[in-house]
Design a protein around this ligand. Structure first.
Ligand code: SF4
Length: 67
């Protein structure tokens, strides 16, 4: 899986970091930083939740062969 973020949409709510702190970090005033754009399969559920609950729908998950 690959994670793509649209930084024009991200408003720094940090829901993603709460769902998957090993993958997303958000500075106090800023936009999301993806720590791991190709996370391990164990992180998949948390990453999917992060994308689902992002208030601005800034995160997209692209599935590849490795999921
Ligand atoms: S939850 Fe969405 S809007 Fe909030 S920091 Fe993460 S990507 Fe940005």
């Amino acid at each position: 899986m690959k994670i793509v973020v649209d930084l024009d949409l991200c408003q720094g709510h940090a829901v993603c970091a709460a769902e998957a702190p090993e993958v997303f970090t958000v500075p106090r005033r800023g936009k999301v930083e993806i720590l791991d754009t190709d996370p391990a399969p164990e992180s998949r559920a948390a990453v999917m939740d992060a994308a689902r609950y992002c208030p601005t729908r800034a995160l997209s998950i692209i599935d590849g062969d490795d999921n």
